[in-house]
Design a binder for this molecule. Structure first.
Ligand code: MG
Ligand code: MG
Length: 273
């Protein structure tokens, strides 16, 4: 699940200059320990789904496996019911970028790529991670899209050092993606994460004069970094179900996300297995 960004950057800037912006909430070591556990549960859910993804499986079955795994670890989905979202995970296939709703009649086919976003709440804190998976054998173009998007996430994470700014992360993601002639989505962003799924600051995947980009990364800040990349245009549109976001030109899309804690010893990925 992603933070929605208004299409009109100028309107965002105007609003930013006239209203109080929320301050990033720094987490204590004890809180980060809980978030580490939440992150590990997210990683376990992904490990279960990775094993289950194959041609013939429905996205609803993946949703059920995810929620069973969450409950085994005393966690719940933080997506279910969020602004009315009707499922436990987001499952978005091919040109679908984010927020796809799992369905019994949505069956994976050989050659598809599927982006799965998993968010859990555990002891009051959120873990959030998305991954794009291949269904059987996929095209070279889809492989390259997945490789570039995953690597752009790690390029962004490498910048998540205490003392740097959010925009350093944004710039690293954008440069890597665009150097491979692909495009980062503008309308959805990464975000601070903690007791709420979406906290300040927003973490764009492109360089801009967004005031949140100037937020200094301090130890105790936890952010979800999540490049969303499309082979064609960066533009998106939302389907009639009011949730599923697709690339405007129906080109293939990918989405990789980790929850990261800023520490004095560099970025710590909380959503690793
Ligand atoms: Mg997510
Ligand atoms: Mg997120």
């Amino acid at each position: 699940m992603n933070m929605f960004r208004r299409r009109n950057d100028r309107a965002v800037r105007r609003q930013a200059s006239t209203t109080q912006r929320p301050e990033p909430q720094l987490k204590s070591p004890r809180e980060i320990q809980i978030m580490r556990e939440a992150g590990r549960i997210v990683a376990r859910v992904h490990a279960v789904l990775r094993e289950a993804i194959r041609p013939g499986v429905s996205t609803w079955e993946l949703d059920q496996l995810a929620v069973e795994t969450m409950s085994r670890y005393n966690a719940t989905s933080c997506f279910l019911g969020y602004r009315g979202f009707p499922a436990n995970i987001c499952a978005s296939i091919n040109e679908e970028l984010v927020h796809g709703i799992p369905k019994k009649d949505r069956i994976l086919k050989e050659g598809d790529i599927i982006s799965i976003d998993v968010g859990v709440r555990y002891r009051g804190f959120i873990g959030d991670s998305a991954w794009t998976y291949a269904v059987g054998a996929i095209s070279p173009a889809a492989q390259e899209l997945m490789r570039v998007t995953e690597e752009s996430l790690y390029q962004g994470i490498a910048q998540a050092q205490a003392g740097r700014r959010v925009v350093d992360v944004s710039r690293a993601v954008q440069r890597y993606v665009e150097s491979h002639r692909m495009n980062v989505v503008r309308e959805y962003t990464g975000h601070g994460v903690g007791r709420q799924m979406h906290e300040a600051p927003q973490v764009l995947n492109y360089e801009s004069d967004d005031p949140d980009g100037q937020t200094i990364l301090r130890p105790g800040l936890v952010v979800a970094i999540e490049p969303m990349v499309q082979l064609g245009t960066w533009q998106t549109r939302t389907l009639k179900d009011k949730w599923t976001v697709i690339s405007k030109d129906h080109s293939l899309t990918a989405h990789f996300e980790h929850t990261i804690a800023i520490t004095n010893n560099g970025p710590e990925i909380l959503t690793l297995p």
